[in-house]
Design a protein around this ligand. Structure first.
Ligand SMILES: O=C(O)CCC(=O)C(=O)O
Length: 280
């Protein structure tokens, strides 16, 4: 008996590689989280965008609350089972009218996970309709396995390593994943997806939370950390992550810096190993 998703949604994930939308949080709760994020940005004088958007679940108790919420974890458990680690989290902000976009890619490209079974829950802190540049996917592409990617250096691309699918995508075969504030979508690590610039009047912000079963292993030489968020871990493939006690306190910042450094080092190892660097 599934905990949250319907049998149709579970079948849709198996056949198309995604589920969208899933209802989760009230508008008030979501608005309060957005306010927390934006007041931190104002205090820092720095937006949580490319270069500053990794692993905020190690800094903020309010993000810790989202990543442990039954609203999200019950759906994730329906797809990957009851023993779950949070492998990575990225904040995806796009200012209204900015050129920020995300190139076509598969999440698995720099994750080195065996098996490649991770699922990303994209939790909307604002509305993300088509005109705001919600995600666009190629249904069924998760069945193609790992496809070749290239590196594309473009400051408007929100992907930290600028990875882009080497082949062109047929846009007549894509589908959009619009979500409202408080909803989320789920997508498979091999699903080909991108997102276009935000042409709406409001900022678009989502948290991309990557969950894996504890049985998965990261094959890169650098040992990375991942947070056990549900069930038990009988494998020990990851170092544990510390849950934040206070908002971006000194211990939270020190732990976050080290975890992000290790994660980036692992990403670089994967770039060196797997991605053909071509000029585009
Ligand atoms: O937020 C976006 O536009 C892209 C998100 C994404 O690529 C992901 O969550 O894997």
């Amino acid at each position: 008996m599934p905990r949250k998703l319907t049998p149709e949604q579970i079948e849709g994930y198996a056949s198309d590689g995604y589920v969208c939308p899933v209802d989760a949080f009230s508008t008030e709760r979501t608005r309060a989280w957005r306010e927390r994020l934006e007041s931190f940005e104002r205090a820092q004088g720095q937006k949580m965008t490319r270069g500053h958007n990794f692993k905020p679940h190690l800094l903020f108790p309010w993000v810790d609350e989202i990543v442990h919420s039954p609203e999200v974890l019950d759906a994730v458990e329906d797809l990957i089972g009851p023993d779950i680690r949070l492998f990575h989290l990225t904040v995806w902000p796009k200012d209204a009218g900015s050129g920020a976009y995300v190139s076509w890619h598969q999440d698995a490209t720099y994750f080195a996970l065996e098996p490649a079974c991770h699922v990303t829950a994209w939790v909307a802190l604002t509305d993300a309709p088509v005109e705001a540049g919600c995600m666009e996917v190629v249904p069924g592409s998760h069945k193609l396995g790992q496809l070749p990617h290239a590196e594309m250096q473009d400051p408007e691309n929100l992907l930290s390593r600028g990875q882009a699918l080497a082949a062109d995508v047929d846009r007549s075969k894509t589908a959009f994943m619009p979500v409202k504030a408080g909803q989320f979508s789920l997508h498979h690590t091999h699903l080909v997806h991108n997102s276009r610039p935000n042409r709406s009047n409001d900022r678009r912000i989502g948290l991309g939370i990557s969950y894996i079963p504890t049985s998965a292993r990261c094959m890169s030489p650098t040992r990375v950390s991942a947070m056990l968020v549900r069930g038990e871990d009988r494998y020990g493939h990851f170092d544990d992550e510390r849950r934040p006690q206070q908002e971006a306190g000194p211990e939270e910042r020190a732990f976050h810096t080290e975890a992000v450094d290790r994660f980036r080092k692992m990403n670089v190892e994967q770039t060196d190993n797997r991605v053909a660097v071509v000029k585009r």
